[in-house]
Design a protein around this ligand. Structure first.
Ligand code: JD8
Length: 265
């Protein structure tokens, strides 16, 4: 079974009409972007209940220390476990098998975040995002969190490139999941057509004027033949996907001999 399918089964289904999201970070100001646009409005209308916590508020020393030297040596610093445990104690208050929560640790060492994860996260009642910095978080925090009753832990990577911390990744995951929560996007029909929901890239879009700087809108889009338009758009999706992202057309778990271009000829 692939990771996404396995995750879908184990994630808590969403029944409440509000999704509660807690974010733990040493840079709470990063998340001011969640005040604007679609997610900002969803927060105002109460569909999303987002709370940002400063990890340093869970320290007890004068310098509000969240990092320490790596066990075994090496460059950089590692986030110490104690503030994380206290922050998660607070974020997970009331969590139980009956009131489950999904805790996401964005990390380059995690599974690749996909639209299937976004879909599954959008169906959870309670999400907690733990944003690491430096070389990352002491691994025991992940282990300890996964052992809490009612908690499902996910280590997810935004993609195969290096970020300075988990904040930007968490933001992308929150936006991808948040827009799938019922009531966040005004017209739910606009969700079904889009990229990655059907495993293909999107078709190109055009608006007026029909001729702009000598460039024409494809005639089929101006002809009013809706069947022809649908056929053209599907062909464009397939052509684009084959050209730009051919791997999306290959079977996900296909054995090598079944894959196109992978024969031993
Ligand atoms: C969390 C610390 C930085 C990671 C040394 C620089 C996700 N797709 C992704 N790329 N990078 C991250 C990510 C990076 C993070 C942290 C997520 C916490 N860093 C570290 C290890 C190597 N640096 C990510 N999701």
């Amino acid at each position: 079974m692939n990771v996404a399918a396995r995750s879908c089964r184990s994630y808590a289904r969403r029944y409440a009409d509000t999704v509660r999201v807690d974010i733990v970070t040493i840079f709470p100001e990063f998340f001011s972007v969640l005040d604007v646009s679609l997610l900002g409005r969803a927060r105002q209308t109460g569909v999303l209940d987002i709370h940002v916590h400063d990890l340093r508020d869970f320290t007890h020393d004068r310098h509000r220390t969240v990092d320490d030297t790596p066990a075994g040596g090496g460059a950089g610093m590692v986030m110490k476990p104690e503030p994380w445990a206290e922050a998660l104690d607070a974020a997970l208050v009331g969590t139980s098998a009956e009131r489950p929560a999904t805790v996401v640790f964005p990390t380059p060492a995690g599974s690749l975040f996909t639209q299937a994860h976004a879909r599954a996260l959008s169906q959870c009642d309670r999400l907690v995002f733990c944003c690491g910095r430096y070389e990352g978080i002491d691994q025991r925090v992940i282990e300890h969190t996964a052992a809490r009753p009612g908690v499902e832990v996910l280590e997810l990577s935004l993609g195969d490139y290096v970020l300075n911390g988990g904040e930007v990744a968490a933001m992308a995951m929150i936006e991808a999941a948040g827009r799938l929560v019922p009531g966040v996007v005004g017209n739910p029909e606009s969700l079904v057509e889009e990229s990655h929901e059907d495993g293909l890239l999107e078709y190109p879009s055009y608006t007026k004027p029909a001729v702009w700087r000598g460039l024409e809108t494809p005639a089929v889009l101006l002809g009013g033949n809706h069947a022809a338009i649908a056929t053209w758009r599907r062909e464009q999706q397939l052509e684009r996907t084959r050209r730009v992202r051919p791997e999306l057309l290959e079977p996900e778990d296909g054995s090598p001999e079944l894959r196109k271009g992978d024969t031993d000829a």
